[in-house]
Design a binder for this molecule. Structure first.
Ligand SMILES: Nc1ncnc2c1ncn2[C@@H]1O[C@H](COP(=O)(O)OP(=O)(O)OP(=O)(O)O)[C@@H](O)[C@H]1O
Ligand SMILES: [Mg+2]
Length: 390
């Protein structure tokens, strides 16, 4: 390396903006993403600068720099602390790079999700089963430099215990109350709280959450019989919930309207054939691309069918299922076998040749017969196939 080893080639000052620690170099360029959160936080708290150095292997790294700064950070006009709004704007619009590559989601939806989170909205991810709601919610939580908490409300049989806490009795102590993790979570400023599978939660959970989620109330009521007060939700806490609600249904049919009204809805898109193919290709680079293409086609055909007016099946094959199926292909199962174990069990077999399962099998078989993907499936062919079967 030609560079002098012990002089940094860039120097940043860390500023706190909201709850983020941003690093700006002497040219006013934001370098936040190059430096770990911990290093930025320490530099801010210790009020020192960070310099970028080059190690022997030619790699860059950042560490404390107490030396001189060629052009003082403070005098560079473009380094002026951005107004909060400018900061938020640049964060939102630069946020697509934070989306993990393995998550398929349009740029607009992702930015809307980030924006809602940054703006402290209660977010509800909706969409049919296995379309990436939980994955997207977790990804947004990971993208924000904030304390996060995860609660699976679909899995809990005891909403009161999970959300509020439990009253215990011990002969030595008498009756005492132990708070839930949720109580701690809502008292943590800037927390991002994931409420997974809220739509499957016990109605008691919905009732408890009603005041917590209400922008005008924002408190948790502890059990009245305990004579307990209420607990306030801390500043800047964001809730991200997921609901397994088919896009075609109005959510109010499934969940209480008053509760739904407290959320900003982010509807996950069901992937198009191209996006599905891209995802599978990204995840399974070693599986034959023609077969992956066929899997994407099969899934897409079932999705189109399930949305049609004369639908023969209730739901299309989910992305969760195509990913599982391709995992089987990767492990040496062929498409017929993989479909047999991962797809068919999801479709009702009653009704024989008129059953959902038969219908899906026909679609799959189109792509299995001779391994050729050339005979493209179309609606007429399908109708014909059906006619000949019944
Ligand atoms: N949009 C997507 N991008 C990438 N992977 C996806 C996507 N949707 C689904 N998957 C795959 O499917 C799996 C299940 O996704 P996820 O758990 O996020 O679905 P969900 O919508 O939360 O489903 P449920 O309604 O059953 O809770 C993921 O682990 C991932 O492998
Ligand atoms: Mg989920």
């Amino acid at each position: 390396m030609a560079k002098k080893i012990n002089v940094p080639d860039a120097v940043v000052r860390v500023e706190k903006s909201g709850n983020r620690f941003n690093a700006w170099d002497t040219d006013g360029v934001k370098r936040t993403s190059e430096i770990t959160t911990g290093a930025r936080r320490k530099a801010f708290e210790g009020d020192y600068l960070l310099g970028r150095f080059t190690n022997k292997a030619g790699k860059f790294y950042w560490r404390r720099w107490d030396g001189e700064v060629a052009s003082p950070v403070d005098n560079t006009s473009s380094v002026d602390v951005p107004t909060d709004h400018a900061e938020v704007l640049s964060f939102i619009h630069g946020s697509y790079s934070l989306k993990p590559q393995g998550l398929m989601m349009s740029e607009l939806k992702w930015k809307y999700l980030i924006r809602s989170a940054v703006r402290g909205k209660n977010i509800m991810m909706t969409g049919p089963a296995g379309c990436g709601k939980t994955m997207a919610a977790k990804s947004v939580v990971n993208s924000l430099d904030r304390p996060d908490f995860y609660f699976n409300l679909g899995a809990t049989q005891d909403p009161r215990g999970t959300l509020i806490g439990n009253t215990h009795f011990e002969s030595s102590k008498g009756t005492y109350f132990s708070e839930s993790l949720f109580v701690k979570a809502i008292q943590t400023p800037d927390a991002v709280i994931l409420l997974d599978e809220l739509s499957r939660a016990h109605p008691d959970a919905w009732n408890i959450l009603m005041t917590v989620l209400d922008y005008g109330q924002r408190y948790l009521r502890l059990d009245e019989s305990d004579g307990q007060a209420t607990i306030k939700v801390a500043e800047n806490v964001t809730f991200v919930a997921t609901a397994n609600i088919g896009n075609e249904y109005t959510s109010t049919r499934v969940m209480d309207k008053a509760l739904m009204d407290r959320f900003t809805i982010v509807e996950m898109d069901v992937l198009s054939e191209d996006d599905e193919n891209e995802l599978l290709t990204y995840m399974f680079p070693n599986v034959d691309s023609t077969v992956l293409g066929n899997v994407a086609k099969i899934a897409s055909l079932t999705r189109t069918e399930s949305n049609s007016e004369t639908a023969r099946i209730n739901s299309g094959i989910s992305t969760r299922t195509t990913v599982e199926l391709c995992g089987l292909l990767y492990d040496g199962f062929n498409l017929v076998e993989a479909a047999e174990v991962s797809i068919y069990p999801q479709y009702d077999a009653t009704g024989g040749v008129d059953s959902e399962r038969t219908f899906v099998k026909q679609i799959v078989q189109k792509f299995c017969d001779d391994g050729s993907s050339d005979d493209l499936f179309n609606e007429d062919e399908m109708a014909e196939a059906e006619g000949s079967m019944s």
